[in-house]
Ligand binder design. Structure first.
Ligand SMILES: [Zn+2]
Ligand SMILES: [Zn+2]
Length: 233
């Protein structure tokens, strides 16, 4: 009895399916009887490559004391610290100083409503805590010594690229392509990683140090399981 009912129901479902497809074909004007083609994706993906570190060169620094002396000589008065309103919501942390001239926090404006951008009153340098060290140095391609250009800004990191066409790194990669790859490179240049890249992560290392006053939420010294278990999180 049961097998008969099941066979009947299956036939009925098939009939309904045909009906639905016919109605959909009429409604959408597209043949709904064709089965979708299922082909495995066989596309060569670009693998993540990490290039060596760039060459980091310190920038020429200014001295706020000399700049302030020059201001005094030119204007006949001292350059005053930034006047802050007593009820101002934006404040400048006292441990911040200008990355370019070293002026202390008293000479820094909180530039964009407390979002972390500052401007130095002494040398007019604009910076934020994330790029503070960038203002202190420039990064160069280790292969051709050209200054790297920032090409992308992501949430956690920026990407810098050597755009020099005669860079030995780029030339070597170009020459290493087979004629087939060369053709593909012309069509889809983004499938290939040809130029020197550097990813600069916005990680603040200070809170991670043992001396940091910020204590982590989890006290690892009181961990009762093996460190391997912790590593598997
Ligand atoms: Zn400055
Ligand atoms: Zn280069």
């Amino acid at each position: 009895m049961y097998p008969q009912i099941i066979t009947y129901l299956l036939t009925f479902i098939k009939y309904q399916d045909q009906m639905i497809r016919t109605l959909l074909t009429l409604l959408i004007g597209k043949n709904m009887f064709d089965k979708p083609k299922e082909q495995p994706v066989n596309q060569p993906y670009r693998k993540l490559q990490v290039d060596e570190l760039p060459i980091i060169e310190p920038l020429q620094k200014l001295d706020y004391k000399i700049l302030m002396k020059e201001y005094f000589e030119n204007h006949g008065k001292l350059l005053k610290p930034v006047r802050r309103h007593a009820n101002s919501k934006t404040s400048v942390p006292s441990n911040i100083s200008c990355p370019k001239c070293g002026a202390p926090a008293d000479y820094l404006y909180a530039n964009n409503g407390g979002k972390g951008q500052y401007q130095c009153k002494v040398c007019a340098c604009v910076f934020n805590q994330k790029n503070q060290y960038l203002k202190e140095a420039i990064m160069k391609c280790p292969h051709c010594l050209k200054t790297l250009e920032k090409v992308k800004e992501r949430k956690d990191f920026d990407i810098y690229k050597c755009k020099n066409n005669v860079c030995s790194f780029y030339q070597r990669n170009l020459n290493g392509l087979s004629s087939k790859e060369r053709k593909r490179f012309k069509e889809n240049p983004h499938d290939f990683k040809m130029r020197y890249l550097f990813r600069q992560f916005h990680i603040e290392y200070k809170p991670l140090s043992k001396e940091s006053p910020k204590k982590p939420k989890v006290d690892l010294s009181r961990l009762y399981v093996s460190p391997h278990t912790l590593g598997s999180f």
